[in-house]
Design a protein around this ligand. Structure first.
Ligand code: Z5A
Length: 207
């Protein structure tokens, strides 16, 4: 049995990752591809507990280093219990956020060392990297407005615009550095058009 492919969805707040995740899952299943859908931080019982801790805006103040280590602790658990077994079984893994989010939020947003993130990435992931990343990109105000309509802000969403600008810039600079893997999708258009662009990238990838 051949190993599955690892696809991640990235982008700032409210750009439509969750909305498009189920669309992508349906599309892949229509192509007779077995799919495992998951998310970060989270994906296992322990990693979901870590998610609650890092998103809770009423928790004690969390240091930036603690936040970084919690993201990778959750990821280590997720890789071992969900991602690697699914890929080994030939499933395609579709993950809502992965390590590009750590570069964007902890590296860009929190301004932590990129070299430290790269070191942790190597330690926790070994050779594992996404085969394809769809980066949904929209002006920050659009995503914030959509996220605000949907639910109350969590600990990240309560950050300032300058934080989200650094997050977005880091995502876009990684996409410019790795154009073969990271495909930028304009998320500031009608959902049907966003989904047409996604299908175009997926069709090319499946070929
Ligand atoms: N984080 C981190 O810091 N470091 C890491 O390593 C990782 C994560 C892995 C939780 O992620 C937080 O963890 C995240 C980064 C941090 N920061 N925050 N906040 P999350 O993925 O759960 O949180 P999120 O980015 O806030 O996701 P979200 O709010 O669920 O947004 P979304 O999934 O991208 O959007 P959505 O729910 O699909 O859509 C939002 C609304 O817009 C909804 O009502 C849709 O119907 C609507 N929508 C979607 N597309 C359209 C279009 N095209 N037009 C109009 N309306 C639309």
């Amino acid at each position: 049995m051949s190993r599955g492919k690892f696809i991640t969805l990235e982008g700032g707040e409210g750009v439509g990752k969750t909305t498009n995740l189920s669309f992508i899952k349906d599309y892949l299943q229509q192509q007779a591809i077995p799919v495992t859908v998951t998310r970060e931080p989270g994906g296992t019982a322990l990693a979901e507990k870590i998610r609650q801790l890092v998103l809770d805006k009423d928790s004690e103040s969390i240091s930036d280093t603690t936040e970084l280590l919690l993201m990778f602790a959750a990821r280590a658990q997720h890789i071992q219990h969900v991602i690697e077994p699914a890929l080994a079984q030939g499933h395609w893994v579709l993950c809502d956020r992965f390590t590009d989010a750590t570069y964007a939020y902890q590296g860009g947003g929190r301004e932590l060392s990129i070299a430290t993130i790269a070191l942790l990435e190597q330690l926790v992931q070994g050779e594992l990297r996404p085969d394809l990343t769809l980066l949904l990109d929209a002006p920050i105000e659009i995503g914030m407005e959509r996220a605000q309509k949907r639910s109350a802000f969590d600990r990240f969403e309560a950050e300032k615009i300058s934080f989200f600008t650094r997050v977005r810039n880091m995502y876009l600079s990684r996409a410019a550095q790795q154009p073969d893997r990271i495909k930028v999708i304009q998320a500031n258009q009608l959902l049907v058009n966003v989904q047409n662009d996604i299908i175009e990238v997926l069709t090319d990838f499946i070929k």
